[in-house]
Design a protein around this ligand. Structure first.
Ligand code: ADP
Ligand code: MG
Length: 317
C-alpha cells in the first residue's frame, strides 16, 4: 500500500511517499527518514546556532574545529566539486552573501566592499586537517553557506533510512528537488520540470528511477534593493549575483551531487554549462534558456534516457 507524509523542515516542505506492506510499516519508515533529515539539519543548518556548521562558522580564526566525520568528508567532497566546476560552485561564499545582504532586504555593495568580501570568501579561507577531521577558519568573516547542497545531502540520508527499513519504492519531494526510488505506478516516476520563470507551469517532463533531480534558477528567490533584482545564486568568481537567464536541472544517482551541480551549472551560464555537461554524461543535464519569451531546451547525452519524448520540440545537443 501507498503511504504519504509531509513535514516542514529546512525552511521548506518535505513530502515522502512509500510503498510498504502495511500502513504501520510505511509510517515507521517515513518517520525514520524524517529523523535522518532532522539530523542532517542539525549538522548543516546555517539558520540555527546549535548546528555543527554554525559552530564552525562562528569559530575564531586559527582555532581548529573538529567535525563529525560525515560532515568533514562532505566538506572535503564539496571542495573537490568546487575545483571541478572551476569555482562556479563554492559554499565558502558566506562573506559575499553578507555583502549583498541576500538574507536580509538586499543591498548593492560598493566596488571596494565587494573586493573586500571576495578576499574573505571561498573554500580557500578554510584549512582542512584530515587526521583530526578538523577545519580552521583563516579569516574572521568567512563562513560556509550550505544552501546549495543541504537539501540534497538530507535527501541522501532519507534514502538510506528508507532502504534500511526495506523500502524499495518511494518518492520524495523536498522543496522541488525530487528523489525517486525504485518503480512508480508504471516502471518509472514521471516528474515535471518547471518553466524557468513560472514555477507552477511545467515546461518538460522527465522519468526517473533510482535518481534525484534538482533544478536551480534565479527567479525562484530574490531580493530587490534600489529596484535591482538580485537572485540568491552568486558567481563566486566575480562576487556578483548570476543573471536570471533560465534554469538548470541535473539528474544524478547521488542527490547531493544533483543539488551541487544544478547550482554550479546555473552559475556557468547556458553555453559553458553544456560544454561542461558534454563529457560528464554520467549525469543528466537539462538547460532551459529563456529567449524572447520562448523557452529553449538543450541537454547532454546523459539526460536522454530520462526524457519523456512528447515533452519538447527542441533538440538535444
Ligand atoms: P534552492 O535552494 O532553491 O534549491 P540551489 O540549490 O541552487 O537552490 O541553492 C542556492 C543557494 O546556494 C543560495 O541560496 C545560497 O545559499 C547558496 N549559493 C549561492 N550561490 C552559490 C554558489 N555559487 N556556490 C555554492 N552555493 C551557493
Ligand atoms: Mg543546489
Amino acid at each position: 500500500m501507498w503511504v504519504e507524509r509531509e513535514v516542514f523542515v529546512m525552511g521548506t516542505t518535505l513530502r515522502i511517499g512509500v510503498r510498504a506492506p502495511s500502513r504501520a510499516e510505511g509510517v515507521g519508515a517515513i518517520q525514520e527518514a524524517f529523523h535522518a533529515v532532522r539530523r542532517a539539519d542539525s549538522l548543516l543548518s546555517t539558520w540555527r546556532e546549535d548546528s555543527e556548521i554554525a559552530r564552525l562558522n562562528r569559530a575564531p580564526v586559527g582555532r581548529p574545529v573538529a567535525l563529525p566525520l560525515e560532515l568533514y568528508r562532505l566538506l572535503r567532497d564539496l571542495e573537490r566539486w568546487s575545483r571541478e566546476t572551476g569555482g562556479a560552485f563554492d559554499p565558502g561564499i558566506g562573506a559575499l552573501v553578507d555583502a549583498w545582504d541576500l538574507r536580509g532586504r538586499g543591498r548593492i555593495p560598493s566596488r571596494i566592499e565587494l573586493a573586500e568580501a571576495r578576499s574573505r570568501a571561498g573554500m580557500a579561507r578554510f584549512a582542512f586537517a584530515d587526521r583530526s577531521h578538523s577545519v580552521t577558519k583563516r579569516h574572521e568573516d568567512a563562513w560556509i553557506d550550505t544552501g546549495a547542497f543541504g537539501k540534497g545531502a538530507a535527501l541522501g540520508a532519507a534514502r538510506t533510512a528508507l532502504q534500511r527499513r526495506g523500502i524499495e519504492s518511494a518518492f520524495l519531494n523536498f522543496g522541488g528537488q525530487v528523489l525517486a526510488l525504485g518503480a512508480g505506478r508504471g516502471a518509472e516516476w514521471v516528474v515535471p520540470v518547471a518553466h524557468p520563470a513560472r514555477r507552477d507551469q511545467p515546461a518538460m517532463r522527465i522519468r526517473l528511477r533510482d535518481r534525484s533531480a534538482s533544478t536551480s534558477s534565479q527567479s525562484e528567490r530574490y531580493v530587490e534593493p534600489e529596484g535591482r533584482r538580485l537572485g540568491h545564486i552568486l558567481d563566486p568568481r566575480t562576487g556578483e549575483p548570476v543573471p536570471a537567464w533560465g534554469s538548470v536541472t541535473v539528474v544524478a544517482e547521488d542527490p547531493t551531487l544533483a543539488d551541487i551541480l544544478s547550482t554550479a551549472l546555473l552559475v556557468l551560464g547556458p553555453e559553458a554549462a553544456l560544454v561542461w555537461a558534454r563529457p560528464h554524461d554520467d549525469v543528466g543535464v537539462l538547460v532551459l534558456e529563456e529567449l524572447e519569451g520562448r523557452v529553449v531546451a538543450r541537454w547532454n547525452h546523459g539526460l536522454s534516457p530520462f526524457l519523456v519524448s512528447d515533452s519538447t520540440h527542441n533538440r538535444g545537443g
